[in-house]
Structure formats: C-alpha cells, structure tokens
Design a binder for this molecule. Structure first.
Ligand SMILES: NC(=O)c1ccc[n+]([C@@H]2O[C@H](COP(=O)([O-])OP(=O)(O)OC[C@H]3O[C@@H](n4cnc5c(N)ncnc54)[C@H](OP(=O)(O)O)[C@@H]3O)[C@@H](O)[C@H]2O)c1
Length: 179
C-alpha cells in the first residue's frame, strides 16, 4: 500500500500563496534560522515519489534550480504539460481521480508519496488518501490567496502527533489523518 503525506507551509489565515501565486512572504529572509530547514530534509528523505498539481509544478519550474532532484515527480493536469529536456527522466504527467492516481502510483512501485499543491492536497484529502500532514504555520496574515484547505462533504478528524515552535515564530504541527 502507498502512504500519502503532506508537508506544507501556510499563513495563519490558511493560504499557501497569494492569489497571483506569490510565495515571497514565505521565503522572507527575516524567517531564516541558520542551519534550520524545519525538518524538510528528514521528511524528504522518506519519500520516493512526489505528486503535485500543475500549478505547483509551474512554480517549481520557475525556481533557479529544480528543487526535486533525484525523486520521481508526478504532475497532475487535465491538459498536456511541458517537461524540459533535462527533467524528462524524473518528471511524468498523470491524470485521473486521486483514487485512480493512487492506484497507478502503487502499481508502478511508489510507496511513500509527498502530495503537494492546495487543490491537489484537497482532492487527496477528500478521497481519504492522506495519512499524515505536517503543517508549518507562518506568523503572517495575508488576507486572501490560494487556500490550503477547501470544501468537504464530511468532517475529517485529525490527531496531533507532535507540535513544535521555532524562534522565528513558525509553529509546526504533525497530524495523523483519521479516515
Ligand atoms: N506554501 C507552500 O508550502 C506551498 C507548497 C506548494 C505549493 N504552493 C503554492 O501553491 C500554488 C498552487 O496551488 P493550487 O492549489 O493553486 O494548485 P495545485 O494543486 O498546485 O494545482 C492545481 C492543478 O493541478 C491539476 N490537478 C489537481 N488534481 C488533479 C487530478 N486529480 N487530475 C488532473 N489534474 C489535477 C489541475 O491542473 P489543470 O488545471 O492543468 O487541469 C489543477 O488546476 C502555487 O502558487 C504554489 O507556489 C505553496
């Protein structure tokens, strides 16, 4: 069976980016703590596959360096996506419901999957496919933007595994998702 995990940062009012996709508030140097990656490297080392929405993929393509080297990246989109030549061995395109995607991933060998992008996370949550979420809350109110969470047909209950604070005001909570 595959396990799907979320590791994401959000503003206190629940946004992962401004409406235009801006995430500069997240990478503000004022938040930097020397030698602190907020647990990302440890988490990242445990995943074999990333599944991300087309919009998150496009953001990542705009970074100076491809941030997901040496991992299989599956991009979800209902349309054709552009994969630069240097990424064709790592990046692939998939479509389908979260359940269908999970089945295809499992059949192709994925085991520990990092799900990223607001709409994509919401789809996997609604389908009951997310096992754990690590959410880092940034002490900022944006007033609007792209939401981490969205409408649900039923409550989703969460159990806190750990919660910690950082000297820059980040609060990181790891939740187990009960289905
Ligand atoms: N704060 C953070 O830590 C963090 C982390 C990740 C991303 N972000 C930011 O969040 C923003 C993107 O989030 P988002 O919620 O707008 O979008 P997203 O989840 O990254 O992408 C949404 C798109 O993914 C495709 N998609 C999702 N599920 C699908 C499925 N089951 N089958 C086929 N296609 C599917 C669709 O693409 P099509 O429209 O092409 O069909 C949909 O429009 C970016 O600005 C990114 O930088 C922030």
């Amino acid at each position: 069976m595959i396990t799907c995990w979320v590791f994401i940062a959000t503003s206190l009012d629940g946004f992962i980016a401004r409406q235009d996709g801006d995430i500069s508030w997240l990478t503000n140097p004022a938040y930097t703590i020397a030698s602190e990656d907020f647990g990302f490297a440890e988490f990242y080392s445990t995943v074999d596959t990333l599944v991300m929405g087309r919009k998150t993929y496009e953001t990542a393509l705009g970074f100076a360096e491809w941030p997901y080297a040496a991992k299989r990246v599956v991009v979800l989109s209902h349309k054709t996506i552009t994969i630069p030549p240097h990424l064709t061995t790592n990046v692939e395109h998939m479509t389908g419901s979260p359940g269908e995607v999970a089945k295809k991933l499992e059949a192709s060998g994925a085991r520990h999957v990092y799900v990223d992008g607001g709409q994509t996370i919401q789809g996997f949550l609604r389908a009951g496919l997310i096992g754990e979420m690590t959410i880092t809350t940034i002490p900022i109110l944006l007033g609007g933007g792209i939401p981490l969470f969205g409408p649900l047909e039923r409550n989703i209950y969460l159990k806190i595994i750990t919660s910690k604070t950082f000297s820059n005001g980040f609060v990181q909570t790891r939740y187990q998702v009960s289905v």
